[in-house]
Write a protein that binds this ligand. Sequence first.
Ligand SMILES: [Zn+2]
Length: 317
Amino acid sequence: MAEKEDRIKILTERVLSRFEDYDINPKEVSKRLSLLINEFKVPEEEAVRTVTNYIIKELDISPSETFGESPIKSISELSRSGEWVTLKVKVFQLWDADSPNVSQVGLIGDPTGIIKFVTWAKSRKPEVEEGRSYIFRNVVTDSYGGRIQVNINRNSEIIEIDEDISLPPREIEVVGALVAIQQNSGFIQRCKTCNRVIKKGICAVHGKTESYDDLRIKGVLDDGMNFYEVILNEENLKSLTGIGVEEAREIVKESLDRESVLEELKKRLLGYYFRVRGSRGNRYFIVREIEAIDGKAVEFADSVLKEIESLKKEIGV
Ligand SMILES: [Zn+2]
């Protein structure tokens, strides 16, 4: 019996050592450990863990205060409230905080999703800025109006990072001119195993490999405000220029030069205007739909010219 009591005493010390800054009744801990181990025959380690978790919950403190870090999770993994987690996010949008208890509220995101965050005023955390990326360490999930959000409290830590965390793809539309076509564009060959673009039958990963023909353009679209790096695939190119893989083979048969396909594509694309719909990835604009709008632009210019002509006549210039 004394041996069992000694054991409980040792385990109680172990549990308490994690809560040195808190006022915890050792008798309460011993009682719970003894009940679990001696009555319910729970293994010691599990009993220690159970009692520790119970205290954390009772005190409403962060697990990190007692044993390190909350696990890093992606936003799509957050599904229940009361979870302590660490997130790597970009601040997507800040809203007006409509309560004096709240210092900041808005949306944060990572590649898997976007979630609301609330920073409590009493947490005294530094303010975050839209478009910047941070580690939100030891934040706690909460359910509000049926939706999961994360709360930043005094146990949390917000650290700005240099990395640019990307947000989930959102479809945007850009109208601009294709002002440049980059290398590795045109009638290309890809590795049959990994689909990488290969040169002279050699894949960077698989060495000498079987290949297949493909068409693509890596280009730069300029809408007057921004440059977008776009990738057009065979389907896009065929619909815009009439040149698909089959037509490209015909061109090569005649010219005996694969590069002549790129020359043909350049003639029909470079300098022209396009309306492009798709999503913005880390670097490239992923094109879902592209249409040439040159016809329309010409029509518009024509109608403007006609209008000017008739105006000129009217005022007798
Ligand atoms: Zn390969």
